[in-house]
Structures are given as C-alpha cells and as structure tokens.
Design a protein around this ligand. Structure first.
Ligand SMILES: Nc1nc2c(ncn2[C@@H]2O[C@H](COP(=O)(O)OP(=O)(O)OP(=O)(O)O)[C@@H](O)[C@H]2O)c(=O)[nH]1
Length: 341
C-alpha cells in the first residue's frame, strides 16, 4: 500500500471573517478524526476540544505575527513535521492563517514543503457575507484570494437579508467560477468536506464527540451542505480522457480520492488519486490479487451527481489496449516518494 499522507487544510480570510469559528466548529464535530492545528494565537481556539480527546500535543502556535511572514518553507515544514509524526496519529492538519496572512504566500510555502508525510488539503477562504463589499472596496486583493481558493465559505449569512446574500453570492461566483461555495453561519461547515471520519471502532474509549453528544443542539443542524458521488468501474479508464476530466473539473468539485485502473499491464499500476481543486497527486502501488477496478469518491458542494457520473463513464477506455503515451501524460502527477509497497 502507498503511504497515507496527512492532508493540510489552509483556512484563510480577512480579519474577523470567521476563521477561528470555522476551526472551532471542525474541532467540535470532527467525528473521531484527530485534528492537528497550526494557529497564530491559541487564545480563542477551543483547546478544551483537543484536551478532552487527549490531543494537547497536536497544536503548534506561532506566538505573534502573521503566519506567512513568521515562517519560511523550512519553518512551516518544522511545524508540520511535529504534527505529522506518526506517534501523533493525526488525520488532518488545519492551518488557520491570521487575518493579514497572504494566502498565496502560504500556498506557496505549503506546496514547497518537502515533508513526505503531508499533502495539500485545500485552501478554504472564509468570507463575512455582511462585510464582503466593504472589505472588497478596502482590499481589492480579496478577489485575488478568491481566484486561488479551492472552497469558499460564505459565513455570517445570518447578518444579511436574502437579497443581499444573493448579490454577494453572485459576485463570489463571478470571481471564483466553479469553486464550491458554502453559505453558512457561525462557521458550521461539515467536516466531511475536508477529511474522512475515522471508523467508529477506532475512536478509543470515549471520544470528545461522545462526551458532547448530550449537549448537542439539534435545532442548529444544517441540511447536508456537501454531496459525494461514488464511481466504480471494472473496465480501465482511458488515461487521456481521465486527465481531461481532471483538468476540466465539474463545477462544485472540492476533492476526489480513490484508486484508478488506467489499463497499464504493469502489476504495480494501482494508482492512488488525491485531488483538491486543481491540485492532483497520484501514487503507485501493486494491485492486490484479484480483479482490478477503479473506485472513486468525489466530494463537493453544488455538484451535479448525474453529470459527474456521465462524465466519468465517458472516460472508460474503448478496449483493453494499454495507452502508454496517455499514461505518461497523466504520470506527471505521480508523487513517487510517497509510494511504498
Ligand atoms: N453573527 C455572526 N457572528 C459570527 C459568525 N461567525 C463568527 N462570528 C463572530 O465574528 C467574530 C469574528 O469571528 P472569528 O472566528 O474570530 O474570526 P477570524 O476570522 O478568526 O478573526 P481574526 O483571527 O481576527 O482574523 C466573533 O465574535 C464570532 O463569534 C456568524 O456566522 N454570524
């Protein structure tokens, strides 16, 4: 099996948009997953949520200053290294960038990371729906932030009426076309968008989620905000067609994970796939005995499940002849050091 890398999710946004609120919501609803946290300041993070789950060792604080100014790539690597060491048992790392952090710099640092145990988990830009226009007027770079976002969280929807919300939404969609957009309040984003819950039996004795189950306020439950599509195929995919699918992603798609049969005759051609936004990573391992098959889970917000399935069906190869040249093209996304049999 290829080594599991820990996704690192970047939560960005202007001052007061609700980044810490999103982080706290994820911590309180992590469904057994162990979350590592990088923040500028622990003051407002729900440290209790980590402490109850015995996770006090899974936080890194930067003290003062802006994340992207405070660290260079090796500094960020050192922090992520602490969180991604196997003993920490972390499933996902969330980096909360301070209100002044430049998302593009952070993204660069993240992509430049040489840590083989982590992978890019996406950049989520949090917006304050009520302050969106004033913030955009003061900081025109906000539209630049939207261009690099893999997910937009339009928060504080409770602070605007339906008409204004629709206007803000339309502007956001103009600057971030096809990017999944969640309209929410109080940071209530479903964690499954970012990471996979742990199977119930591996929770340990009593998880934080169990402890807080009684105090859960069901009136605040959201309708499911995300969709997932499962696709399986016993016939190989055409590498060229699938590459075209990846490069022209269906609107609303946030991440894809699974395994691909791209028709290679090689036994070591079970390709593990992880994508977030435009970021694609493949690893390679040996097929277990038995038939080969493609199995994918696609997760997003506002995706058209039937259209996605149809597009994937159209990626199936016409016959069993391996398309080695097509394979070479998609293999530029291969991340060899991560693959271990
Ligand atoms: N009305 C309303 N208030 C919210 C919502 N989300 C967050 N807040 C409040 O807005 C304030 C700012 O939220 P934070 O989560 O601290 O924002 P932040 O982006 O982390 O702020 P900085 O770290 O200072 O950039 C807090 O007082 C939150 O309680 C929301 O959806 N609606």
């Amino acid at each position: 099996m290829a080594r599991q890398r820990i996704p690192v999710v970047l939560v960005t946004g202007f001052l007061g948009a609700g980044k810490t609120t999103v982080l706290n919501h994820l911590l309180a609803n992590r469904k057994g997953a162990r979350v590592g946290v990088v923040v500028n300041d622990f003051g407002r993070v729900n440290v209790d949520a980590l402490a109850v789950a015995g996770q006090v060792d899974t936080m890194v604080s930067l003290g003062n200053g802006c994340l992207c100014c405070a660290v260079d790539a090796s500094g960020l690597d050192a922090m992520l290294g602490r969180l991604s060491r196997p003993e920490a048992g972390i499933d996902v790392i969330v980096v909360e960038a301070s209100g002044i952090a430049e998302p593009r710099d952070l993204l660069r640092l993240m992509i430049a990371s040489e840590n083989p145990d982590i992978r890019y988990g996406g950049l989520a830009e949090v917006l304050d729906a009520a302050e969106f226009e004033p913030t955009r007027a003061r900081h025109p770079e906000l539209t630049e932030h939207l261009r690099i976002a893999d997910l937009v969280i339009l928060n504080k929807a409770d602070r605007v009426d339906a008409g204004n919300l629709a206007k803000v939404r339309a502007t956001v969609e103009e600057f971030a076309p096809g990017v999944p957009l969640l309209v929410t309040d109080h940071g209530r984003v479903e964690p499954e968008l970012f990471f996979d819950p742990r199977p119930r039996e591996s929770y340990g004795q009593l998880s934080f989620d169990d402890l807080r189950a009684d105090e859960h306020d069901h009136s605040r439950h959201l309708h499911t905000q995300y969709e997932s599509v499962t696709f399986t195929a016993d016939r190989p995919l055409s590498p060229r067609r699938f590459l075209a699918f990846l490069e022209q992603r269906p609107p609303g798609l946030y991440r894809v994970k699974g395994q691909l049969d791209l028709g290679s005759a090689d036994t070591r051609s079970r390709f593990g796939l992880h994508t977030v936004g435009a970021f694609v990573q493949l690893d390679r391992s040996a097929w277990p005995p038995g038939p080969r098959r493609t199995e994918l889970v696609l997760i997003g917000a506002g995706i058209d499940a039937d259209a996605v399935t149809r597009r994937l069906e159209a990626c199936l190869a016409d016959d069993d002849t391996p398309d080695e040249r097509g394979l070479l093209r998609i293999l530029r996304y291969l991340d060899e050091p991560a693959a271990e049999d």
